[in-house]
Design a binder for this molecule. Structure first.
Ligand code: AGP
Length: 373
């Protein structure tokens, strides 16, 4: 097993470090000379099933659900098709209004999550076309779908999803661009710019990892301090919101610290009551059109004496006056920022869990694929 871990103490850390390569593989063959190629969708497109699509439902659980939440921002922006992202366990019991004009997208890295499979079976019964996004070749979801987009992330052993999250988001974004082009809602120039920015992401993730490796003590001493807390909050706006949800999920899964993610603007509607000096808050404050709004939410939090940790964009020195600790990520297009901001959050959760002596690769009560209801 030590050999399989490739010199890393845990599969979790190995897989976090495999993300540049996993993302390169996810994009491989799909971006060529600034053009998008998703040949896996050709048959579905030629059947005409995508022409009559009026809405999209993304069905997923856990981390895959968070990837689906991010896809809503991207697909609606690029294709102008309404998107609903719904937890599979809710979808299957909510008597959904679906038919041939509803494209259903199942996101499941394992391809075996029972709730997602049942939801998709139901969607098919209503005549909805189905696209699966999965990492496992020939998994159950692939047999229920009209088309499959593989993550190509390589095997993920740790129960906690890291590289399959990043590759799910990237693959969903490619689907969004594909639909945007099909609908004629996005100019080729904009597609090329986005694809170029996506191609830079693996190197940018590598940069974050290299920096964390060379300043291990910084992240580890922060993690040691945070390891003693019993609760943490994560906030973000726009695409920073699902990023916050994912940061909170990572922390609770492997460190067993209670963590919750919120849209930053929602805090004042109740949850801010939880804040005190013993409840630190992580804010996603990377460059965005609503950056100033996030900063003002951080100020509200600091007024309650809560410690504030921030993920920000390199070069943003101003944010330091609002934070107790800043973790920087490189600059990219706003919509792509979760693919970078989630890396320090994964590392943070990992080091907190290690500091607490938790079983990082096999957290209590969790399974890699949930094949029961
Ligand atoms: C992620 O870290 C979790 N292990 C969990 O939330 C997972 O994402 C969820 O169970 C869905 O799994 P799937 O992608 O294999 O369907």
């Amino acid at each position: 097993e030590a050999a399989e871990k490739g010199g890393y103490p845990h599969f979790a850390l190995k897989e976090i470090h495999e993300q540049p390569e996993a993302l390169r593989r996810a994009l491989l063959g799909r971006i060529q000379d600034g053009q998008l190629h998703l040949s896996e969708l050709d048959a579905l497109r030629q059947s005409g099933a995508l022409d009559s699509i009026q809405r999209i439902i993304i069905i997923a659980c856990g981390t895959s659900y968070h990837a689906g939440l991010l896809a809503k921002y991207a697909i609606e922006k690029w294709a102008r098709i309404p998107v609903e992202t719904i937890t599979a366990s809710e979808f299957r019991y909510c008597d959904p209004i679906i038919g041939p004009e509803t494209l259903c997208v199942a996101v499941t890295q394992s391809g075996e999550t029972l709730d997602t499979l049942v939801g998709i079976r139901q969607a098919r019964e209503h005549g909805a076309p189905v696209i699966a996004i999965t990492n496992v070749v020939a998994s159950a979801i692939t047999r229920l779908s009209d088309a499959v987009l593989y993550l190509q992330a390589g095997p993920e052993i740790c129960v906690v999803a890291t590289k399959t999250f990043v590759t799910s988001v990237a693959t969903l974004y490619l689907l969004g661009l594909y639909l945007g082009q099909l609908r004629g809602h996005i100019a080729q120039e904009q597609v090329s710019e986005l694809l170029t920015a996506m191609e830079r992401l693996p190197d940018q993730i590598q940069h974050i990892l290299d920096h964390a490796d060379s300043s291990d003590d910084e992240l580890q001493s922060l993690a040691k301090r945070m390891a003693k807390v019993s609760s943490m909050m994560f906030i973000g706006r726009g695409v920073g919101f699902p990023t916050a949800l994912e940061g909170a999920l990572k922390l609770k899964e492997i460190s067993y610290i209670h963590a919750e993610g919120f849209p930053a603007g929602e805090l004042k509607h109740g949850s801010i009551a939880l804040l005190d000096p013993d409840t630190p808050l992580f804010a996603i404050a990377t460059t965005s059109h609503i950056y100033e709004k996030v900063v003002s939410n951080i100020q509200e939090v600091r007024a309650r004496d809560a410690q504030v940790l921030v993920v920000a964009t390199e070069g943003d020195e101003k944010i330091k006056q609002h934070a107790d600790h800043v973790l920087y990520v490189p600059d990219t297009q706003e919509i792509l920022s979760p693919l970078l901001a989630s890396i320090p959050l994964q590392l943070f959760a990992y080091y907190v869990a290690v500091a607490r002596g938790c079983n990082v690769d096999q957290p209590r009560n969790l399974a890699k694929s949930v094949t029961v209801e």
